[in-house]
Ligand binder design. Structure first.
Ligand code: ADP
Length: 172
């Protein structure tokens, strides 16, 4: 069984992430999507929310399993007895960051091999942080995330907006 781990924040999942998962599913027997919970990061969505979105988005009954992990990814790999990590690459910035991470992970766990999958050019500019910003300003994100994410994002941001102050003397 060829198994691979695809870790990320997925805050929220985008079409770029889902494209990497779909392509990995066509190559590997099992794909383990790992939603990272890093207490030092400020996520918009909680880990259970990100996990729930991911579970709804990946094909039911397919060869993908989703997890939350709040520690080093190499410890997840060791626990599951998996040697392969996959990372998506949108350009040289991603590459230099991912390259360093892969060397660090190899130092922590010499058996690990990191594989880089280049993005589909359709998704080259998609990044969760810019999508959140765009959604905040009510920009159209329909070509960037699945409808389920667009909907949840809209509701989340609406819930975070301060309530409009009542006009003085406008009553209850
Ligand atoms: P972000 O999406 O904010 O860059 P993530 O931690 O959620 O960050 O990304 C998880 C993995 O998915 C990383 O390997 C990242 O490079 C990859 N990835 C993110 N967006 C894309 C995309 N549009 N195309 C391909 N890979 C992507």
């Amino acid at each position: 069984m060829l198994k691979v781990v695809f870790p990320g924040s997925f805050d929220p999942p985008t079409l770029g992430h889902l494209n990497i998962i779909e392509r990995a599913c066509a190559i590997f027997d099992e794909v383990f999507v790992v939603v990272a919970e890093n207490r030092q990061k400020n996520y918009l969505f909680s880990a259970p929310e990100r996990l729930e979105m991911m579970e709804k988005l990946v094909k039911p009954g397919g060869n993908v399993r989703c997890f939350v992990w709040d520690s080093l990814i190499v410890d997840f790999l060791k626990r599951e007895n998996i040697r392969l990590l996959i990372r998506g690459i949108r350009g040289m910035d991603d590459f230099s960051h991912e390259f360093e991470l892969s060397i660090m992970n190899k130092a922590l766990y010499p058996d690990v091999e990191t594989l880089f999958m280049t993005t589909d050019p359709k998704y080259i500019v998609l990044r969760s942080s810019s999508i959140k910003e765009l959604a905040h300003y009510r920009g159209d994100i329909s070509l960037m995330v699945p409808p389920l994410v667009a909907d949840i994002l809209k509701k989340k941001l609406a819930g975070l907006e301060p309530k409009t102050a009542k006009e003085p003397g406008s009553g209850a």
